[in-house]
Design a protein. Structure first.
Length: 324
């Protein structure tokens, strides 16, 4: 059965395959975005914390070249950084993102995390002398969410949502007003079935980040913690299904997410893989194949982005992934 290529957001629509930009240097990112635009991507995901919004903006503005119709084709996303998670600071941090991207409006603005760093001008990731993060324990997540909602009144952002929250936090936010999008880590080993169920119940579209397993991050984490992170692209079940469909393993992983009900924002800087990752609408995984892939879920044990690269963050009262 065909699945929709877009999620409906009021009078707007969000493509279900987007282009991720985390861990991409400016010059590399601009070239990759140009390749993505040629390949057909129109959904681009960024964040203040990635420190590359200006590069993304330059590439997008070159493509738009003053044509309002081309701007309307795009769905541009960025995020409030943890250091901006104070209601009074939301306008300032939004302004920085808005100016760097250089567009007349943004399509979606997300609260990047429910926890917060201290606000240190010029430093998005402030640390103590011992290497731990400067944690702001006074975070008012609901107050920050209300500040994001006020941004919509300016007309400079059309939709607001959240990222990296747990089920309880999501319900708390919904008691104020339902987020229009939820972005979470989601891939074959971390399928977020409970969160997907809650989001479906609440009618909130889900976008999967690190949909291919984020090899760059797992390599960096493994060097520090010694943990073994499986390469999702080399899992035997994935390879077998890819061969059966004459597709790449990445295409199988992305198609699995789409058929599971999510959108996905894969990141690549290779033009060939960029094109392959969006070319997933002309094949379908069978029920048997979906069941085999769903069986690989490791739940919370499969999570990669547990924010262990922010030492001390787990002590924050709103840290979303507390161990039971």
């Amino acid at each position: 059965m065909p699945i929709p290529e877009y999620f409906a957001l009021q009078d707007n629509r969000m493509p279900r395959i987007g282009f991720g930009t985390w861990q991409a240097a400016d010059d590399v990112l601009e070239k990759a975005v140009e390749s993505a635009l040629v390949a057909g991507y129109r959904h681009f995901d960024s964040a203040r914390a990635y420190e590359n919004e200006a590069a993304l903006g330059r590439a997008l503005r070159r493509w738009i070249d003053g044509d309002p119709a081309k701007r309307k084709e795009l769905f541009v996303v960025t995020k409030l950084p943890p250091s901006g998670n104070r209601p009074d600071l939301v306008p300032e941090y939004f302004e920085g993102s808005f100016n760097d991207l250089g567009l007349d409006y943004l399509d979606l603005y997300l609260m990047h995390t429910p926890f917060a760093f201290e606000h240190v001008p010029g430093d998005l990731h402030p640390k103590n002398p011992d290497g731990t993060m400067k944690v702001d324990h006074t975070t008012d997540m609901i107050g920050v969410w209300k500040a994001l909602l006020k941004l919509k009144e300016t007309g400079r952002v059309r939709h607001v949502g959240v990222s990296n929250v747990n089920e309880e936090q999501l319900r708390r936010l919904c008691a104020v007003e339902k987020p229009e999008c939820l972005q979470i880590e989601m891939h074959l080993l971390c399928q977020q079935k409970a969160m997907i169920s809650v989001a479906k119940e609440l009618g909130i579209p889900v976008v999967a980040y690190s949909p291919l397993g984020s090899k760059a991050l797992t390599d960096a984490l493994a060097a520090k913690n010694g943990r073994v992170y499986p390469d999702l692209l080399k899992l035997p079940v994935v390879v077998k299904i890819a061969e059966a469909h004459k597709r790449t393993p990445a295409q199988v992983l992305l198609r699995h997410l789409l058929q599971s009900g999510a959108a996905a924002i894969p990141k690549s800087t290779n033009p060939t893989r960029i094109k392959q990752n969006i070319s997933i609408w002309d094949f379908e995984l069978t029920d048997e194949e979906m069941n085999a892939l769903c069986a690989l879920d490791k739940g919370e044990d499969g999570r990669i982005c547990d924010f262990s690269f922010f030492p001390g963050m787990e002590k924050h009262p709103e840290f979303p992934f507390k161990k039971q």
